[in-house]
Design a protein around this ligand. Structure first.
Ligand SMILES: [Zn+2]
Length: 486
C-alpha cells in the first residue's frame, strides 16, 4: 500500500478543494498536512474507500475534538438505526400474533373448512408468511447489516486519524532493519516451517462439514465449465504450493453470485463465482485465496471449533437458512436466494467453522500477504479487493464479505506493515490477460448460471398461492429486483 500511496496522495491533493482553501501547514514534516476546520468534511472523506482515505490522511488534519464529535455522532446514529429496527421487529411480532388470533377465530366457526373459510385461511397464512420474512430481513439488518456498515465507518475514521503516524512508524522500522523481529518473519522458509501442527487432523472435520452442508441444502452447485475451473484450480494450487499448507487443497468453484470465498477446515476451499466476477485483477483474486488458505494453515477453524461439533454448527446454519427463507414472499432473504444463489453462504455459515475472529483475521492477513508475495503476486491485491467491496453501494452486497472478512483499522495497518517488510520483487504480477479472458467468459455464462441456481430445489417450505412482494425490500436492493420467486 505504501508504494501506491505516494501516487494516490498526489492525485487526491489535486482533487481536494478543502485542502486548497484552508491554510497550509508549512512545518517541516514529510508530508504537508492541511488543517481543516470544517468537521463536516470528515463525513465526505468517510464515503471514500480505505485506500483513498489512506492516501488523503497525511494531507489533512482535524482536531481530536472533531474526531471525537464525529465518533459520538456516528454512535448515536447507529443506536437510532438499531432502535428503529427493534421497534419494527416488535410491531411485526404484534401483527403475527394478530394473525394467530384470526386463525383461532376461524377455527371456532365450524368443524371443517368451507370454501370461503379456506380462502380466508390462505390469506392469513400468506400474510403471516410475508410478516415472518419481513421480520427475518429486519433481524439481518439489525444483527449484521447495520453493525457492519458502522464498523466500516469507524475503521475509516480511525484510518483517517491514525494512519499518518502509523505510516511513519512503519517506514522507521523498515529503515532500522527490524523486519526479522516480527512473528512469522521467516518468509524464506515458507513451506518448511510449522505455523500450526497437525493440519491433517482437520481433514476429517472438513469432509464432514462439506457432506453435511450438501445434505442440508446449504451448498450451491459446483460450476463445471472445464476452462474456467482449470484456471481457478491452477491459481489456487499455485498459491497452496507457495504456502505452508501441508494437506492437499481441494478447490470448488461454486455457482453463487455472492462475492466471497471460504475455506472449511482441512484444505476445502470454496470460491463463489461472484468473487471471480467482482475481482478486477488476478492479484486481487489471488489475495483473497491466499487469505483463505492461511486460515487452513493456521488451523483457525479447529481452534474456534474446539467446543462445538460440526453437526451442531451446520444445524445452526440450516436453521438460520430456514429463518431467512421462509417462503414465497420477497424480502432480503429471498433477495439473497435470487441474487447470490440460495441464502448467501457467507451470511449463514458459522464464523467458528471458518475460523473468523479478530486475532485470526490479522494472522491470516499476514500469512496471506506472504503467500501471495511468494507466488509472485503484488501482495496489495487483497487490500485492493477490500476497497472494491467497501465502495459498493448498499449493505446487501457487503454483508457477506464483511461478515467473514471484518474491516478494522488494524488489519489495514498490519497488512501494510507486512508488505513493507517483504523484499520487493523485481517483477510482481498485478494482472494477467488470462484472468481478464476467464472473467469475461464467466460473465457471459453467468446469466445461465443464475437461472440454474434459482431453479434449484430447496428444502424450505413455501406456501403455494401467496402473492409475493409486499414486504419492504431495502432501497438499495430494489432496482435490481426482477422476479419474485424462482
Ligand atoms: Zn479471514
Amino acid at each position: 500500500m505504501l508504494r501506491k500511496l505516494a501516487h494516490l496522495t498526489l492525485c487526491l491533493l489535486v482533487l481536494n478543494t478543502a485542502a486548497q482553501s484552508a491554510t497550509q501547514n508549512s512545518a517541516t514534516r514529510a508530508s504537508v498536512a492541511t488543517i481543516v476546520s470544517d468537521a463536516s468534511s470528515i463525513d465526505a472523506l468517510l464515503t471514500k474507500s480505505f485506500l483513498e482515505i489512506s492516501g488523503v490522511a497525511p494531507t489533512v488534519r482535524f482536531t481530536s475534538q472533531q474526531y471525537e464529535q464525529t465518533r459520538k455522532r456516528m454512535e448515536s446514529q447507529e443506536k437510532t438505526r438499531k432502535d428503529e429496527l427493534k421497534a419494527t421487529i416488535k410491531s411485526i411480532d404484534d401483527e403475527i400474533k394478530q394473525g394467530e388470533r384470526d386463525l383461532k377465530k376461524l377455527n371456532e366457526q365450524s368443524s371443517f373448512d368451507t370454501d370461503e373459510i379456506a380462502q380466508q385461511r390462505n390469506v392469513i397464512h400468506c400474510t403471516m408468511q410475508r410478516l415472518r420474512t419481513k421480520q427475518a430481513d429486519t433481524r439481518i439488518a439489525l444483527e449484521t447489516g447495520v453493525p457492519i456498515e458502522y464498523e466500516n465507518l469507524y475503521a475509516k475514521l480511525e484510518l483517517l486519524e491514525k494512519w499518518p503516524a502509523a505510516r511513519m512508524e512503519i517506514a522507521r522500522q523498515v529503515e532500522r532493519g527490524q523486519a526479522r523481529q516480527r512473528r512469522w518473519s521467516d518468509v524464506e522458509d515458507i513451506g518448511f516451517r510449522t505455523i500450526a501442527k497437525n493440519q491433517e487432523d482437520d481433514i476429517k472435520d472438513g469432509q464432514e462439514a462439506v457432506q453435511q452442508m450438501k445434505q442440508s441444502g446449504l451448498m450451491p452447485k459446483a460450476i463445471e465449465d472445464a476452462e474456467i475451473t482449470e484456471y481457478v484450480h491452477r491459481i489456487a494450487q499455485n498459491i497452496a504450493r507457495n504456502s505452508d499448507l501441508k494437506v492437499p487443497l481441494n478447490v470448488t468453484l461454486l455457482n453463487s453470485n455472492e462475492i466471497n470465498a471460504f475455506a472449511l477446515p482441512g484444505g476445502f476451499l470454496f470460491i463463489n463465482h461472484g468473487l471471480l466476477l467482482e475481482a478486477e485483477s488476478e492479484s486481487q483474486f489471488a489475495g483473497v485465496i491466499a487469505h483463505e488458505i492461511s486460515h487452513n494453515v493456521a488451523r483457525h477453524g479447529h481452534s474456534l471449533m474446539k467446543r462445538a461439533t460440526i453437526s451442531s454448527v451446520i444445524y445452526q446454519a440450516a436453521q438460520i437458512g430456514a429463518l431467512i427463507f421462509t417462503g414465497g414472499a420477497v424480502g432480503i432473504g429471498a433477495y439473497y436466494a435470487l441474487q447470490y444463489g440460495f441464502q448467501g453462504l457467507g451470511l449463514i455459515l458459522s464464523l467458528q467453522l471458518l475460523g473468523v475472529s479478530r486475532d485470526y483475521e490479522l494472522e491470516a492477513d499476514q500469512l496471506g500477504v506472504q503467500y501471495a508475495w511468494k507466488s509472485g503476486y503484488d501482495p496489495e491485491g487483497f487490500i485492493d479487493f477490500f476497497d472494491i467491496i467497501a465502495k459498493k453501494e448498499g449493505y446487501v452486497a457487503k454483508t457477506s464479505f464483511f461478515r467473514t472478512h471484518p474491516a478494522f483499522y488494524n488489519r489495514i495497518v498490519e497488512s501494510s506493515r507486512e508488505i513493507a517488510f517483504l523484499a520487493q520483487a523485481d517483477q510482481s504480477i498485478e494482472n494477467t490477460a488470462e484472468f481478464d479472458r476467464i472473467r469475461d467468459k464467466l460473465k457471459k455464462l453467468s446469466t445461465d448460471l443464475d437461472k440454474e441456481e434459482k431453479n434449484r430445489p430447496t428444502l424450505y417450505k413455501r406456501i403455494p398461492g401467496c402473492e409475493p412482494g409486499s414486504t419492504q425490500t431495502p432501497p438499495e436492493a430494489r432496482p435490481q429486483f426482477r422476479e419474485a420467486r424462482p
